[in-house]
Design a protein around this ligand. Structure first.
Ligand SMILES: CC(C)(COP(=O)(O)OP(=O)(O)OC[C@H]1O[C@@H](n2cnc3c(N)ncnc32)[C@H](O)[C@@H]1OP(=O)(O)O)[C@@H](O)C(=O)NCCC(=O)NCCS
Length: 159
């Protein structure tokens, strides 16, 4: 998490200011007893599909539904559109994406640079091949209905 925050901090603040002010993105932060436990960043791509460009929960808070709560916020923010995500092959995070209905994004060729180990990981000496995933809009609706029902939310029949 610290490495990721350092990576974010080094990106151009003006770009983030513009994205956050024009509604292209949002950053949802989960707190537990007032302490930051994790965050998710959904973003609109130029073609008005969506993408999750970050989804992280601190290790001490993992496995307690913080990630599910953040995922719901990310999917609700983006609305009724296809949503893309890229994650590391063979991880629990990949299994969780699939649990939420994400499938292989076959439009990304296997040799695409997106699927290489991300630079911060490569610099740390890690090898972490990526997989491109898509949550199709119909599957987004199904998973949100399931999440709302699980939360016993009266808005369960929404978009
Ligand atoms: C991925 C991550 C954000 C998930 O957060 P979390 O708080 O541990 O997740 P949750 O406890 O909310 O579990 C999420 C869902 O996955 C399910 N799940 C748990 N273990 C699972 C597994 N091995 N396979 C599939 N699904 C699993 C849970 O049941 C839950 O679904 P539900 O709410 O329908 O029951 C967190 O593990 C993390 O930060 N990992 C490291 C960073 C990372 O890899 N991020 C993804 C980058 S794209």
């Amino acid at each position: 998490m610290e490495r990721l925050i350092a990576d974010m901090a080094s990106r151009k603040p003006p770009d983030y200011r513009k994205l956050l002010s024009d509604g292209s993105t949002a950053i949802f932060i989960a707190r537990v007893d007032g302490d930051v436990a994790g965050y998710i960043q959904p973003i609109y791509r130029p073609d008005r599909t969506g993408q999750l460009i970050a989804w992280h929960v601190l290790p001490e808070y993992q496995g307690h539904k913080v990630g599910s709560h953040l995922m719901r916020q990310g999917l609700e923010f983006l609305g009724d559109i296809d949503i893309y995500s890229i994650t590391t092959i063979g991880t629990v995070a990949e299994a969780m994406h699939r649990h939420f209905g994400f499938k292989d994004d076959l439009s990304v060729p296997p040799d695409h640079h997106w699927l290489e180990t991300p630079p911060p990981m490569a610099q740390a000496g890690l090898t972490a091949p990526q997989v491109a995933l898509i949550l199709e809009r119909a599957d987004r609706k199904l998973i949100l209905d399931r999440m709302r029902a699980a939360a016993d939310d009266p808005a369960a029949a929404g978009s």
